[in-house]
Design a protein around this ligand. Structure first.
Ligand code: SF4
Ligand code: SF4
Length: 409
């Protein structure tokens, strides 16, 4: 009888009340030799304190230029079922809504052709299918295609656009994230399927500044819902919160990042300096019944987030403070195509758009894509020494952007 694999280090990761990926790999290992080898390799990695994967590169399937991510272990003799252990990605539906039937289909196809191990979802947003061999790639792709699925982007192309659940479940959505994600995914099939740029490009859509898809930290183009007018305050509900024991001054006003909220403890009224509100969502989150977003909704567009590659990790940077987002998203798409043209012309290999802007300057980028510099692009006055406004320009901007003075309902 085959000796049972010993994994004392991995076993530690099964302790405690939370779910454990080790438990899941052990379950898969009952049916899959690759999953069993994976337990051994992982244990070895913890023992040696190094990862035992070689740098992958891209392996191909016919009919999909974006490729599949190649994975190979550097210990193929000891773990023969991980000699090739490629990662496939499936383009996820908007907001990650599946039917049970679709999930069963994915698992059935993957158990037939791969290790059976999945990751719902990777940081791009795709379904990640962990571990198959080179010879199984094409049959897997074909079967998924026949079942109506598409591979997710990889390589130097547009990665699968992703979005929060938005209006599907959340009252805070300032635009229809689900529709926009679906629309962009269909519109940009060429960009998803063919590597055509210096490097990858990610678009992530959050319906509000709670940013549930972490667009600001991860997307080359972050689309974050916001409103142009003022938050709306219902004073009766404010009083109900106070009567219910909420310390409005401490929990809400003192935590407003721009100190735009003022609570009058004597009258029990809450007021806002609409001009100072940065639409961060804090007060709306805490006093959902009393404070609502403004009525005029759209999104802020930000550019350039990424993790460390050529330069260190960046958060994305506001380039359009407010844009209405309604199907067919023409203004957005026109801007996007100018951004891509400029990046494609000027970017070096493996240079994300944020890194290119960092190299040549925001001013150059704004001129090239035809966007005006606006105060929302800087954190606070003089935080950025490279952007200047003449005085009359500031007055003009303020007049254009001025929201109503107060948010009384
Ligand atoms: Fe809701 Fe905002 Fe989160 Fe989207 S980002 S799910 S709209 S809270
Ligand atoms: Fe302050 Fe505006 Fe954020 Fe409310 S949404 S906490 S008023 S910045």
């Amino acid at each position: 009888m085959e000796e049972e694999r010993k994994t004392p280090r991995l076993d530690e990761l099964e302790r405690g009340p939370w779910p454990s990926f080790v438990t899941e790999i052990k379950r898969a290992a009952v049916k899959s030799e690759a999953a069993d080898d994976l337990l051994g390799l992982l244990e070895k990695s913890y023992e040696d304190k190094v990862g035992h994967w070689k740098h992958g590169g891209i392996v191909g399937v016919k009919g999909y230029g974006g490729g599949v991510i190649g994975r190979y272990t550097d210990m193929p003799e000891e773990f023969p079922h991980l000699r090739e252990f490629h990662t496939m990605r499936l383009n996820q539906p908007s907001g990650w809504f599946y039917t049970s039937e679709a999930l069963r289909k994915i698992c059935d196809i993957w158990e037939k052709h791969g290790s059976g191990l999945t990751n719902f979802h990777g940081s791009t947003g795709d379904v990640i299918l962990l571990g198959t061999t080179t010879s199984e790639l094409q049959p897997t792709f074909d079967e998924f295609s026949d079942a109506g699925f598409d591979l997710g982007g990889s390589g130097s192309d547009l990665r699968s656009p992703s979005c929060c659940v938005g209006p599907g479940r959340c009252e805070f959505a300032c635009y229809d994230t689900l529709d926009m994600c679906f629309d962009l995914t269909n519109e940009y099939q060429d960009e998803l399927h063919r590597p055509m740029w210096p490097y990858k490009f990610k678009i992530k859509m959050s319906g509000c500044a709670n940013d549930c898809v972490a667009a600001i930290a991860r997307a080359d183009l972050s689309v974050i819902g916001t409103w142009r007018d003022c938050i709306r305050i219902d004073q009766d509900e404010v009083k109900a919160y106070a009567a219910g024991g909420l310390d409005i001054q401490t929990a809400v006003c003192d935590k407003c990042p721009t100190r735009a909220l003022h609570f009058n403890a004597r009258s029990g009224e809450l007021s806002v300096d609409g001009e100072d509100c940065s639409r961060c969502m804090h007060c709306v989150n805490v006093m959902t019944k009393a404070i609502r977003q403004g009525r005029e909704k759209g999104a802020t567009l930000l550019i350039g987030a990424k993790s460390t590659i050529v330069k260190s990790a960046f958060l994305s940077w506001v380039v359009v403070p407010f844009m209405k987002l309604e199907s067919p998203y023409t203004e957005f798409k026109e801007l996007l195509s100018r951004i891509w043209d400029w990046w494609d012309e000027n970017g070096k290999t493996r240079e994300r758009i944020g890194e290119l802007i960092y190299r040549v300057g925001m001013g150059e980028f704004l001129r090239a894509v035809g966007l005006p510099p606006v105060p929302q692009m800087v954190f606070r006055p003089r935080a950025n020494p490279y952007v200047f406004w003449p005085e009359d320009e500031i007055v003009k901007q303020e007049q254009q952007a001025a929201p109503p003075e107060s948010g009384q309902e």
